[in-house]
Design a protein around this ligand. Sequence first.
Ligand code: BGC
Length: 752
Amino acid sequence: MKKIIAAGALAFGLFTFTGVRAAQPNPDVEKILAKLSLDEKIGQMVQLDLMKVTVPNSSPIQLDEKKLREAVVTHGVGSFINNGLGRALSVAEWTYVNKTIQDIIRAETPNKIPLLYGIDSIHGATFVLDSTLFPQPIAMAATRNPELVRRASEISAAETRAAGLRWTFAPVLDVGRQALWARFPETFGEDPYLASVLGAESVRGFEGQNLGAPTSVAACMKHYLGYSFPLTGKDRSPALMPDWYLREYFLPPFRAAVKAGVKTVMVNSGEVNGVPVHGSKYLLTDLLRGELGFDGVIVSDWEDIIRLHTWQKVAETPADAVRMAVEAGLDISMVPLDYSFGILLKQLVADGKVSEQRIDESVRRILQLKMDVGLFKNPYVEPETAGQFGKPEYRQTALTAAEEAITLLKNEKATLPLAKSAKILVTGPAAKRISALHGCWSFTWQGLEEKWYPKGSLSIAEALKQKLGDASVAVHQGVDFDGKNVDVDAAVAAAVQADAIILCLGEDAYAETPGDINDFNLPAGQQDFAKRLEATGKPVVLVLVEGRGRIVREIEPRAKAIVIAYWPGSGGAQALANVLFGDTNPSGKLPFTYARHANNLLTYDRKFTSAVAEISAPGDTQINPAKPQWEFGHGLSYTTFEVKNLKLSAPVLKGNKDRLAVNVDVSNTGQRAGKEVVELYTSDLYASLTPPSKRLRAFTKIELQPGETRAVQFELSAADLAFVNGASKLVTEPGEFEVLVAGLKAKFRYEE
Ligand code: BGC
């Protein structure tokens, strides 16, 4: 770890109180900062939930101006969020909220610092009614299409800003390597490289070329760092991992986002190696600012500073909790339901435990952010945003994204696509549920209340009726998500009359701890229902609508075809209908390893010893006994592809500047046009830490007409082969490597 010593550095005036290099001072920011009182500065570090200042249950939303004045005038609160309110607001309501707040600040506060609103636009403008909701990040990762990820973020930014909101708490850059975790669907999957590529594109999409533009919002990479790997799989429970492991598997997307210019970061609510991240100067300052060079705003997660005292128990008093977080490097506290943070921080300054210079550091960053997003120019909903909301083109992009995400896992005897003349039964708990197509952060936190979804949102059953006509589609729910009987007998009777059964199983929406589970198997009642339908002898097409890969081992063998739709968003039902009936050729690829057994959760980059067993006697070795249900990267098409002629430009890659070209020819050998993802993996054959069997290092997605062949070239440099060694250093060790592309292999040597 590179440590910068504050004392020597201070002499040059370029280093900050916490000892890291500061950005060049901005004279405009300094001018404002110089005018602010300590109270005003502290207020800038406070974030409240909107529910603190609204008239309870008002509709349309009403602000309680007395409470609002207490927040923004008395306490000088600098930022708001919306999570506790329990519903989304229309653009008109947001316009009113924004205007009322900024008007009071302008009229009644000494320095008129505009308020910055942060909001969870995880897969679209979550808390804006009628916004476009894209597939969840796990599904966006299945598209393997960085451009589409960027476009979805651009649209989310435009719709968020059209409501006067200029800061989104997205993208989620936690790498999804704990399959049980309730926030798995918010991740870009299990691979750090894939998450880095897509995460950086998402940041570019949100922030655009110019944050001041009326289509951009400041992004917030989250939840830094190590949040997605709780030992128990339960949200916000402890993670334990060596430093090299944290850096190898969880740091890369954050590093990539910093390089892409991300303006803000949110902190992991949990602990890593016994240290709550909100109190970790090592992670928040030394690593994030010192090594990664991040100079933006660090915001806490919900109530997480006080929880250093109440939950994590590393701070003996609430004041200690505040001191600890501020010392660690935090800038804004998402308090968000009281004024304790500001009051305690002021007392800490009075007691000489926190210096005013330290507070200045944070306020500088906050003011800079407010300036970057154009709040000092115009804090209101900008007139230019009027045409930026709800464009038909956005819906089309959401549909395309869902079509590219949906992943065909199994297709026995070309069961799919089904003929449009077929009579079908659509059944299962997800058949009629719109919330299950959208998942978490969909108009509400949990996404479960369908009354907030836009009129005309389609369920799977409705989309199939639109495609085939009402007369061809029978609909019975069968069971609910817990597996309880709703109308199983009627569904089975209807199955007998149908040509095919579209069985929609999986998970309804959930977010965070309410999504914690004690059993990874798909609920028994859902599986029993599948078995009854399979017993009819009618072809079962299993559609998995879920945020995580729940275990389906027992029902998989008799299903004729299986697709996973993930939580595919606004366009999901139509996209699914297009895939099932052949109007779209599926091209999604699993962004995680789909487990076969609940007690055997693996990732694709497992090590030799994670998948080797001595079966009966020493030496009687079986490799890969831990066969997952489906591997990372798996995904079928209605056409077939062949990859041939793997060639390397040289047998040796030398030093840091050298490049190795890897060439393959990819052909569409089937009857219809299709998109294929070509993935390049490398294996480091021998290394100072036990090497994973392979690592994804590059990928591309191409479209080929039937009979078409395309040459694909990748380039590798030493940096692409690097890993974090036991001393926490990113290194490329000399030695033999293997390149793997679609089952083809070639070896080369790396020399320093
Ligand atoms: C979540 C964050 C989110 C915040 C504000 C927290 O509960 O962990 O991801 O950004 O709420 O809504």
